[in-house]
Design a protein. Structure first.
Length: 583
């Protein structure tokens, strides 16, 4: 297996927890003998092979195009979003762009079960595509370091509250420094990059002498661990955390912890930290006061038992296997049938199997033979079908109930592949920016009429596709029905059949004594006429080539000769059980 890591272009300008996670994944996968590389823009796909998986760290808007390109090249895509979005906060994010990134992923790695459930629900994606791999810390955070090391390096003599985070509004240092006014004898020490200079300036201005920014401390360094060991309280009252690598590091070092309630923090820390409402300064102040009165070290055993990198990595490699399996399955939606799909949304899976949404215009490229599928729409819409840019079926109604449909690509067409376009009329339903035309399931390509294994005929007849089994098309027919003898399809009293010229053998019945007439649409010549009594009948006649060449259009008329006790209010003509065509 070959894993290729990538992320958004400026991720390592001001690295945070997501970037540390990427580097730790790389390190520990390599220690397990897994081939891992960082995507090299200049080498492109030279570094990929048949076993490669793209693992992308972030759901930054704009990433979709790169990931879709990887997917189109046949490589499974895994995404680590490090994201916490609720229904109430979705409007604060570029929702559609994030969903597009998650949508193209074959597997999404989240830092908690709660994050899996939430993102699946909020973005409307299948839960089984989301996998939990917990965040973790390095073993060395459990090893004690003298607090004096940091104090001397930073020139800090008094007691302090520590915040290890990049300085930006999401990390909420401004509300934290306001809460610190309740503790004038404590300094707030912030260790991290500045991601928002104006925000950092505001924090410094309001904090005054209580604010101390010491820059970024190297990950797992003696200096960072010394800072954790020396603080009175570690505080991370962010607007959300999933759960925050720094909080795990602080817990491993034995800190008393004040932590945001927003995100997946409780899944990691249980009742052993002091949770806050990040927007309430008084809530943060109360938690700091409670933490100062608590005993340190309560979380060290929890971290050492569950949240070290070698432990959590056991859950990561199976995700890559699952992504490869899901990718192969999704690719098989079209490829296994010898077809290609264009301009469809990403293939998805639910409890009933694989499905795909079309857009306003989507195309299936396939060889000659019968295409069949089930389809469904969010509301009643009309769909046109074009074969090689020529309209073949128009204004087909598709709605919020599953219906079977099929269309024959005639063997008379030349070429190895033909394009069937599915075109939705009018306004297309949308989910955000995503067009949801029709949902397709059970897409299958069957051969031409009379292929040696009879697969087409058997498949069609088992689903009530009486006309399609012999390559015929019909107009003015009702949906297929079934009785104790099998499937059949009712025509109306006037109907149209389009079929290959030659001998026609038709099995069917009428609801009352009737005269059945077949006329050549071209010229009006009577091809066959017969009187049928109630009950099963067999008709044999020729559909001559002079009715239209290789393909003949017949107009059928059913004239009732006697009254009927049939209670069906429909205009019933001829019920057809099977059609066999000969030469």
């Amino acid at each position: 297996m070959n894993i290729v890591f990538s992320t958004y272009p400026n991720a390592f300008v001001t690295p945070g927890g997501g970037e540390i996670q990427l580097l730790q994944y790389l390190r520990h996968l390599e220690e397990r003998g897994v081939s891992v590389s960082r995507f090299d823009l200049w080498r492109g796909f030279e570094q990929f092979d048949g076993s490669s998986v793209m693992h992308f760290f972030s759901c930054m808007p704009g990433s979709e195009h790169f990931l879709r390109f990887c997917s189109d090249k046949g490589f499974p895509v895994v995404v680590s979003p490090n994201l916490w979005v609720t229904e109430d906060t979705a409007h604060l994010y570029p929702f559609n762009e994030i969903r597009a990134v998650l949508d193209v992923a074959d597997a999404v790695v989240c830092n908690s079960d709660a994050e899996c459930v939430l993102l699946s629900r909020v973005f409307g994606l299948p839960r089984e595509r989301f996998f939990t791999v917990y965040n973790a810390v390095d073993q060395m955070f459990l090893e004690p370091v003298d607090p004096a090391l940091f104090r001397e390096a930073a020139g800090i003599s008094g007691k302090f509250v520590l915040n290890v985070a990049n300085i930006e509004s999401r990390k909420n240092q401004l509300v934290l420094i306001r809460a610190m006014k309740h503790f004038p004898d404590l300094t707030l020490v912030v260790a991290g990059h500045v991601r928002d200079q104006s925000y950092a300036d505001q924090c410094a201005a309001e904090g005054g002498a209580q604010w101390r920014h010491v820059g970024s401390l190297p990950y797992a360094s003696d200096l960072l661990r010394s800072a954790y060991s020396g603080c009175e309280v570690f505080a991370l009252p962010s607007t959300l955390e999933t759960p925050g690598l720094a909080a795990l590091e602080a817990a491993a070092c034995g800190c008393r912890i004040v932590l945001t309630r927003e995100g997946s923090t409780s899944e990691y820390f249980g009742n052993d930290v002091f949770y806050v409402d990040p927007m309430d300064g008084d809530s943060i102040a109360r938690a700091i006061r409670q933490a100062l009165d608590a005993s340190p070290g309560a979380l060290r055993s929890r971290i050492s038992s569950h949240f070290l990198w070698p432990q959590v990595m056991n859950a990561l490699t199976p995700v890559y296997d699952a992504a490869r399996s899901l990718k192969a399955e999704k690719d098989g939606f079209f490829r296994a049938q010898g077809m290609r799909g264009s301009n469809f949304n990403a293939i998805e899976r639910d409890a009933d199997g694989l499905f795909v949404w079309s857009q306003a215009r989507s195309s299936v490229s396939a060889p000659v033979g019968l295409l069949a599928w089930r389809w469904w729409a969010l509301r009643e819409i009309e769909v046109d079908l074009l074969l090689n840019n020529v309209p073949v079926r128009g204004a087909i109604r598709v709605g919020p109930s599953w219906s079977q449909f099929s269309l024959d690509i005639p063997a008379t067409l030349s070429g190895d592949e033909h394009d069937l376009e599915i075109r939705v009329r009018g306004d297309v339903p949308k989910q955000g920016d995503r067009e949801l035309g029709v949902m397709l399931r059970d897409l299958v390509h069957l051969g031409v009429v009379g292929q040696p294994d009879g697969r087409r005929e058997q498949w069609c007849l088992s689903r009530g596709l009486i006309l399609e089994a012999c390559g015929a098309q019909g107009e003015a027919f009702f949906p297929a029905e079934c009785d104790e003898r099998g499937y059949f399809v009712w025509s109306q009293s006037e109907f149209r059949l389009l079929l290959r010229s030659g001998q026609v053998r038709l099995e069917g019945f009428v609801a009352q004594k009737s005269r059945v007439t077949f006329l050549c649409e071209k010229g009006g010549k009577v091809a066959h006429e017969v009187e049928l009594d109630v009950g099963e009948s067999r008709l044999e006649f020729d559909a001559p080539g002079d009715c239209g060449g290789q393909t003949v259009a017949l107009l059928g008329r059913v004239e009732k000769l006697e009254g009927s006790t049939h209670s069906d209010p429909r205009d019933l003509g001829l019920a057809i059980r099977a059609i066999r065509l000969g030469r």
